[in-house]
Design a protein around this ligand. Structure first.
Ligand code: TMP
Length: 206
């Protein structure tokens, strides 16, 4: 893979993307790449503080509109302080979630606000990943896995089964809309099996 690339993992809660992001980062680092593994919301001290406001508490704590502003504020800080400097020195940045999560969670699944999300993204972020790996799992499987974790960060899992269905559909639609950078990965099966699918997708786009 050439240096200075942004690779993102996306998918509904419980799709296994954090495990796969860690795995890809370790494999690329072992192959000698300068790799920065990060996540959203978070990835910088300020964005991690905003994360705490977003992922816990009552599902109705924030409106979809307020969430868009908070996620975008966190992303802007992450971009300024971690992503852009790492890309500038030629690193491969692997982010567990990025702007596609806002497009799908706030722009499609919670409310029909995709145009607002896109405008704010254009004004405040203005960066698209070089490659996006979307981990695809049937909605029931993902929700059960996500809740079983008991992470204390279940605010979005608590939005229920209908929400989970809209998320999975939203990510599938995104893969169809942006095929130049998105690859839909079948996330069913063992961690090693899925990791092999990820590896092939990354090599295919190198
Ligand atoms: P995580 O569980 O993958 O760390 O993500 C935290 C939660 O935040 C997850 O339920 C998805 C949600 N989220 C959004 O709703 N919009 C966003 O833009 C991002 C980055 C995450």
């Amino acid at each position: 893979m050439p240096p200075g690339r942004l690779v993102t993992f996306e998918g509904a809660d419980g799709s296994g993307k954090s495990t796969q992001a860690r795995r890809l980062a370790a494999d690329l680092a072992a192959a000698g790449h300068d790799v920065v593994l990060t996540r959203e919301p978070g990835g910088s001290p300020g964005a991690e503080e905003i994360r705490r406001l977003l992922v816990s508490g009552d599902p109705g704590r924030w409106s979809a509109e307020t969430e868009i502003l908070l996620f975008t504020a966190a992303r802007r800080d992450h971009l300024e302080r971690l992503i852009r400097p790492a890309l500038a020195r030629g690193a491969t940045v692997i982010s567990d979630r990025f702007a596609d999560s806002t497009r799908v969670y706030q722009g499609a699944a919670r409310a029909d606000l995709r145009a607002v999300v896109d405008r704010l993204h254009c004004d405040m972020i203005g960066l698209e990943p070089d490659l996006t790996l979307i981990l695809d799992l049937p909605p029931e499987t993902g929700l059960a896995r996500g809740l079983a974790r008991e992470s204390g960060e279940d605010r979005f899992e608590d939005m229920g089964q209908g929400f989970q269905h809209r998320l999975v559909a939203g990510f599938r639609a995104l893969a169809t809309d942006a095929p130049e950078r998105c690859v839909l990965i079948d996330a069913r099966g063992a961690v090693d099996t899925v990791a092999e699918r990820v590896r092939r997708a990354v090599e295919g786009r190198a």
